[in-house]
Write a protein that binds this ligand. Structure first.
Ligand SMILES: Cc1cc2nc3c(=O)[nH]c(=O)nc-3n(C[C@H](O)[C@H](O)[C@H](O)COP(=O)(O)OP(=O)(O)OC[C@H]3O[C@@H](n4cnc5c(N)ncnc54)[C@H](O)[C@@H]3O)c2cc1C
Length: 330
């Protein structure tokens, strides 16, 4: 059987793409990511499975828990003719159409492919960063997204770990809400671009702790962040930084290893798209965080999932009417 559309991934982008493709009668197949591999690679539901309160997804007046939002999206998709395979795709052949996707040893073929495999925030690897349901403080004071969670820390003292542009952006953004923001960086200078450095360094609410790494986030037993235990990597000295929140801003890794050498990526591995969601291969679309280095929000991911499904539908419709898309016209 050759499917009209296969959607890879079941975060906000994947569910929205499947919803639109399902309602367009395309009978999409979704390969949802299965059980995943923890924080480094989430399974079905994607990144929002790692968080608690989501207050900025429209339609939920009082906010909603991340996993509940993803459950609602899944149920909504299941109302339509969407087949869900609870696996992770492990191989793709995009050399000719129909494309072939392999998951758990089984091959699936499709005329169009929508890639919504997202990205994973990079973490320090401390046990306290794990989600709350695993006994950690993830979503309970430890976050990887200031735009998402900064609001919860109004008037409080927080820390950001990292030294690149993302860390500076997160720190500057947090000064809109927080009393102070302490940037903890393991070197004595920043990697961030000059302009971002200047903005952060002259912001009176931002302080810097140089040459230091975080050894422990306190206090999982209390169920909240009370302080960080730091170690100066030059002197070996240990110190305590009293904060109620920690934002880990050491980068994101797009989930694109399957497409390396096949689809065009930027220097960080994100899929490059044109006309919003088209990749360099005719019939292959990408949406959500896997192609977004700028916004990385559930609503923007959902929006681009909608675009990808509409574009796939239009391509199929054009082809059914005998109009071929070539790499020149794509
Ligand atoms: C801790 C945290 C809190 C956040 N809070 C908010 C918030 O409050 N508001 C907000 O708007 N945004 C928030 N975000 C950002 C938001 O989660 C992302 O922008 C959004 O989830 C991106 O959606 P996506 O569908 O592109 O990808 P993801 O959510 O990353 O989902 C990717 C999906 O692809 C699957 N996948 C990966 N590889 C494969 C494969 N090979 N085969 C099949 N499936 C695969 C994964 O299993 C997953 O299901 C938060 C992020 C984090 C980490």
């Amino acid at each position: 059987m050759i499917h009209n559309v296969i959607v890879l991934g079941s975060g906000p982008a994947g569910y929205t793409a499947a919803l639109y493709a399902g309602r367009a009668n395309l009978k999409p197949l979704m390969i949802d990511g299965g059980v995943g591999q923890g924080q480094e690679m989430q399974g079905a539901g994607g990144q929002l499975m790692l968080t608690t309160e989501v207050e900025n997804y429209p339609g939920f007046e009082h906010g909603i828990q991340g996993p509940d939002l993803m459950q609602v999206m899944r149920k909504q998709v299941q109302r339509f003719d969407v087949q869900i395979v609870e696996e992770m795709a492990d191989r793709v052949d995009l050399s000719s159409r129909p494309f072939t996707i392999t998951a758990a040893g089984k091959e699936y073929q499709c005329k169009t492919l929508i890639i919504a495999t997202g990205a994973s925030a990079m973490w320090l690897g401390l046990p306290e960063e794990r989600p709350a349901h695993e006994g950690g403080l993830g979503g309970r004071g430890v976050s990887a997204c200031a735009t998402c969670d900064g609001f919860f820390f109004r008037g409080q003292h927080v820390a950001v770990v990292g030294g690149g542009d993302t860390a500076m952006e997160e720190a500057i953004y947090l000064t809109n809400h927080c009393a102070t923001v302490t940037v903890v960086h393991r070197r004595d200078s920043l990697r961030a671009s000059k302009i971002m450095q200047e903005r952060a360094l002259k912001n009176p609410k931002i302080k810097f702790v140089w040459n230091s790494k975080i050894e422990r986030i306190n206090d999982p037993a209390a169920g909240e962040v009370t302080s960080l235990t730091l170690r100066n990597v030059v002197t070996g000295e240990q110190s305590e930084l009293p904060v109620t929140g920690l934002f880990v801003a050491i980068g994101h890794r797009p989930n694109t290893s399957l497409f390396r050498g096949v689809l065009q990526t930027d220097e960080s591995g994100y899929l490059v798209t044109h006309n919003d969601v088209r990749t360099n291969v005719v019939g292959v679309f990408a949406c959500g965080d896997v192609q977004d280095t700028e916004y990385r929000q559930a609503i923007t991911a959902a929006g681009s999932g909608c675009m990808a499904a509409i574009q796939a539908e239009r391509l199929l419709e054009a082809e059914n009417s005998g109009i071929e898309s070539t790499s020149e016209t794509w």
